[in-house]
Design a protein around this ligand. Structure first.
Ligand code: 5GP
Ligand code: MN
Length: 345
């Protein structure tokens, strides 16, 4: 049996609310990744098996690369069907927030969620959730929100609601958030969960190929170009990749095309901090990855209106790319000083 981790009071509050309502909205963060969409669809399907009228509403369009997860499952995209999605949220009896810890992460859906007076449940693995939720199932020590959904189903007595489709969604979420069990997964139980999921007859080679090893040609070319021409490595330790509007246009950039690019410099020996800046239409998107003691979520929170996890975080910069880069070099000086002080002690 997998060890119970969910606070009994939160679990029982959650079960009581679910039992007392029929209409439920399940939401995830904007620019959904495999964990956000995998956990949301999985929980929605479980709730439907429990007889609930559950709807997944994602803030913005799912990248093409993740459409395979949602194949045959209906969901609503808020910024494409704002009126309908707004009505569903106004009429729902329960809102569940998956894989994000603040309404600042749901784009234009934010006011609808904030205005709603129905109970709000958080199921997430990011640090420091906002204090707006009535039930908080927050576990930063767990690999992914998808793993949490499996554990929740287990602890709530809903395992009978898991089938091959649900197991596949959860599997993809765990696989993508851990880089195929490379990080955030150094504890035995995540493997117990994976092994349980295999029992549902999921097609692991297909899910791996689709989730981890399939990109459009333009994405492969854009990422190759970025590494070859747009990467700077400072002192052999810190890597910065910058893609501006013209780079993105040259390669026909679409959401998802730079997925995992920021991880690549970490495969160079001695590089332990990687930063990627992308000029989006509304801001400079900043993604960071690190190894060892450097906590990039702190840097992203402090300097880039963002957050995330110790070794994988992101945020947004409102200003020019030049200003963003200048700020980056100030942070480099700070990181260097901290490293220096650490080595002195
Ligand atoms: P990525 O670099 O893959 O976009 O994001 C890395 C991590 O940072 C993910 O855990 C994601 O949830 C979190 N993250 C991404 N963008 C933002 C953001 O704008 N704000 C906050 N708080 N977290 C973010
Ligand atoms: Mn996640």
């Amino acid at each position: 049996m997998i060890k119970r981790i969910i606070e009994p009071s939160e679990l029982s509050k959650f079960k009581t609310i679910v039992e007392s309502v029929s209409r439920i909205v399940v939401t995830c963060h904007k620019k959904a990744d495999g964990d956000a969409i995998g956990s949301s669809l999985a929980l929605c399907l479980i709730l439907r098996k429990l007889g609930k009228n559950a709807t997944v509403i994602i803030p913005d369009q799912l990248p093409d690369s993740l459409c395979f997860v949602a194949k045959g499952i209906d969901y609503v995209t808020f910024n494409r069907s704002e009126v309908m999605a707004g009505n569903i949220i106004r009429n729902t009896q329960l809102i569940i927030s998956l894989d994000y810890n603040s309404f600042g992460r749901v784009d234009r859906m934010k006011p609808c969620l904030e205005e709603s007076t129905v109970p709000k449940v958080l199921i997430d693995h990011h640090l420091n959730p906002d204090k707006v939720f009535d039930v908080v199932i927050s576990h930063p020590e767990i690999s992914s929100t998808s793993e949490l959904v499996y554990r929740l189903a287990d602890e709530a007595g809903w395992l009978h609601c898991i089938d091959k489709q649900v197991a596949s969604c959860i599997f993809v979420g765990i696989m993508t958030d851990t880089g195929n069990l490379a990080f955030s997964s150094s504890y035995p139980e995540v493997y117990h969960v994976m092994s349980k999921l295999m029992e549902y007859g999921i097609d692991k080679p297909y899910l791996y190929k689709m989730a981890m090893d399939t990109v459009p040609l333009n994405s492969l070319l854009l990422q190759s170009y970025a590494l070859l021409n747009k990467m700077t490595v400072i002192d052999d330790k810190y890597a910065l990749i910058i893609l501006d509007r013209s780079d993105l246009e040259k390669y026909g950039y679409k959401t998802g095309d730079t997925e995992r690019l920021v991880n690549r410099p970490l495969s160079v020996k001695d590089v332990f901090w990687s930063t990627f800046m992308r000029e989006d239409p509304d801001c400079i998107k900043v993604s960071m990855r690190s190894e060892g003691s450097l906590a990039v979520d702190e840097l992203c929170t402090r300097y880039f209106n963002g957050g995330g996890h110790k070794h994988a975080a992101a945020g947004e910069f409102y200003g020019t790319m030049q200003d963003a880069v200048e700020l980056y070099y100030k942070i480099v000086e700070q990181v260097k000083n901290e490293e220096h002080n650490k080595n002195e002690n």
